[in-house]
Design a protein around this ligand. Structure first.
Ligand code: L34
Length: 291
């Protein structure tokens, strides 16, 4: 069993980005600038956004964090989005999800200028992704493809089972891996899937993105499978200093011995999401430099 070290790979990518940013700086070009809008005080979202801000600093990017109260109206939030669309200094920005219930996520996503949509969630970018055109790839699926490449895990002709069909992970992941080049045979499964365990047990590669702690058990996984755990669930733990611990969607302890490769939680997919977003932001700044 080989443990996929997302943290290490992410650190390497950050160093690469840093040296590319140094080149831009020396050439007097624009330094990548990422902005993030954080609505409310969801502790997990705060942790993720803080990681994004910190990683920007590590790689020499400029970042701006815009915090808004959880009771902000949709109209007010759309104004903030429009300001960022218009601000020439911002190369790319994201609105951290989930948003409070009274705000429609799709309306907000659609308001983002596709040229600055470094999350790749806008239908324009999503459509380009599906057609294999140049675009911003959604950060988590993008990060997973980078991990697979780094570890030389071939996907051609492989049976991939994606568990969970969210807009930000499962659905784009299934599209990316079935595109030309990745060439996997992908099954996208979800809460209404029949015989889920049987389908998972046939997978060469399992991508678990359902948000249920320890959902994937050892008896569901084929011997020698590759298991990518996207879940980051906070479960109570009185022995931990923070009173919680992070667990994935995979019962790591029992599943890992059966795998050829597996990602841990934390330190697996999460850090790759952050650096993939930065790669997109770097690309957005380059596009602007070229204009
Ligand atoms: N708009 N919303 C938007 N874009 C995104 O790309 C995200 N996502 C997901 C949630 N909402 C979003 C993230 O940023 C998930 N996600 C994310 C980002 C970072 C990490 C995990 C998920 C991460 O840094 N994980 C660390 C541990 C973090 C902790 O201590 O809580 C890890 O090692 O897995």
């Amino acid at each position: 069993m080989i443990l996929i070290d997302g943290k290490k790979v992410a650190e390497e990518i950050k160093l690469e980005l840093k040296s590319e940013v140094d080149v831009l700086r020396t050439a007097g070009k624009k330094i990548p600038h990422l902005a993030a809008i954080l609505v409310g005080e969801n502790p997990a979202s705060m942790a993720y956004v803080n990681n994004k801000v910190k990683s920007c600093a590590d790689a020499g990017f400029v970042s701006t964090l815009i915090k808004k109260e959880g009771n902000i109206s949709e109209e007010e939030l759309l104004k903030v989005v429009e300001e960022l669309n218009q601000n020439p200094d911002i190369d790319g920005f994201i609105v951290q999800l989930p948003l409070p219930k009274h705000i429609d996520e799709l309306t907000v996503t659609m308001a983002i200028d596709p040229a600055k949509d470094v999350d790749g969630f806008h239908p324009v970018n999503f459509g380009k992704m599906a057609q294999g055109l140049p675009c911003f790839l959604p950060a988590t699926p993008y990060g997973i493809t980078l991990l697979l490449k780094y570890y030389n895990i071939d996907t051609v002709g492989k049976n991939v089972v994606v568990v969970g069909r969210s807009h930000i992970v499962g659905t784009p992941m299934s599209i990316l891996l079935s595109r030309k080049g990745a060439d996997a045979t992908v099954t996208l499964t979800h809460s209404r899937t029949k015989n889920l365990e049987e389908i998972i047990s046939q997978a060469d590669i399992v991508i678990a993105a359902i948000g249920i702690p320890h959902f994937i058990k050892a008896d569901m996984v084929k011997e020698g499978a590759v298991v990518i755990d996207v879940g980051i669930n906070r479960v109570e733990d009185d022995t931990a200093i923070k009173k919680y611990k992070l667990v994935g969607d995979v019962d790591f302890e029992n599943v890992a011995p059966k795998c050829s490769y597996i990602t841990p939680v934390p330190g697996g997919v999460g850090p790759m999401t952050v650096v993939s977003l930065m790669k997109n932001t770097y690309l957005a700044a380059l596009n602007k430099n070229a204009r």
